[in-house]
Design a protein around this ligand. Structure first.
Ligand code: NAD
Length: 257
């Protein structure tokens, strides 16, 4: 089974890992739905440029993944969903006793609850098609904790639990559900947390990259978005058809420790 001609929806895909995964899927011939909460000219241009580059269908559908009804509407508007990549995510760094309530609520909604809504809406389409792949972008932080990231770590551990449950519920249906757990990938999400982390640790931003961020990653290298895209393609392949309800790490050895 190849991804060619399959419809792939990637949430939060106008940037970073989502965009990288969407590009690998388009390169492999999937019809791709890009998404974010914005509705700018650049978002639609991203889709038309990608369609031209890879000779496949690429559409941009605006939907705010912090809102359950919009998560479900994204799937309905796409009209089909063979491959669902739950990727949209945000981060906030603060000690738990100072963690803003609205940041907690937004992180749980976007990083965790959105996947509940999109999966619930997509599974009937996958069942009808007789094939499906749910790929949740969790994190090494879905398997390990770090200080000051209570909401993110709770959401990323939560999505690993949801992945296991969906894997069991679909085990006999030619549908798999897995979570990719990347270590640090240099995307706008990581770049944005460097100043706050520098404040928390009283360090320069360069020291944060070396001593805090890559300190966790024994390889001392960032993971690339293309590598995460390659893992998604693998999870869609026949070789991965018995891999379900589990996690795949790409973290330079972080979770081996
Ligand atoms: P990013 O900031 O580059 O991308 C996040 C994407 O989510 C963007 O496209 C953004 O528009 C979208 N998004 C944010 N809020 C949204 C909303 N309300 N509705 C719809 N879309 C929304 O960050 P990234 O690093 O590419 O992160 C993507 C995913 O990968 C996240 O779930 C993140 O937790 C996970 N992740 C990232 C890393 C890393 O090191 N960068 C590591 C592990 C896991």
């Amino acid at each position: 089974m190849s991804v060619s001609g399959k419809t792939a929806i990637v949430t939060g895909s106008n940037s970073g890992i989502g965009l990288g995964v969407a590009r690998e899927l388009a390169k492999a011939g999937a019809k791709v739905i890009l998404n974010s909460f914005t509705d700018n000219e650049e978002d639609h241009k991203l889709a038309s440029d990608m369609a031209k580059e890879f000779g496949t269908e690429v559409r941009y559908i605006q939907a705010d993944m912090s809102k359950g009804d919009q998560c479900r509407a994204l799937i309905e508007k796409a009209g089909a969903c063979d491959i669902l990549v739950n990727n949209a995510g945000i981060q906030h760094v603060a000690p738990i006793d100072e963690f803003p309530v609205e940041k907690w609520d937004a992180i749980i909604a976007i990083n965790l609850s959105s996947a509940f809504h999109t999966t619930a809406a997509a599974l009937p389409m996958m069942r009808k098609a007789g094939w499906g792949r749910v790929i949740n972008i969790s994190s090494a932080h879905g398997l390990r904790a770090s200080p000051f990231k209570s909401a993110y770590i709770s959401a990323k551990h939560g999505i690993v639990g949801m992945t296991k449950t969906v894997g069991l519920e679909t085990a006999k249906e030619n549908i798999t559900a897995n979570a990719i757990c990347p270590g640090y990938v240099l995307t706008p999400l990581v770049e944005a947390q460097i100043p706050d982390t520098a404040k928390e640790y009283d360090m320069s931003e360069d020291e944060v990259i070396e001593k805090v961020i890559l300190a966790k990653q024994p390889s001392k290298e960032f993971v690339t978005v293309e590598q995460i895209g390659g893992m998604a393609i693998f999870l869609c392949s026949d070789a991965a058809s018995q891999i379900t309800g589990t996690t795949l790490s790409a973290d330079g050895g972080w979770t081996a420790e």
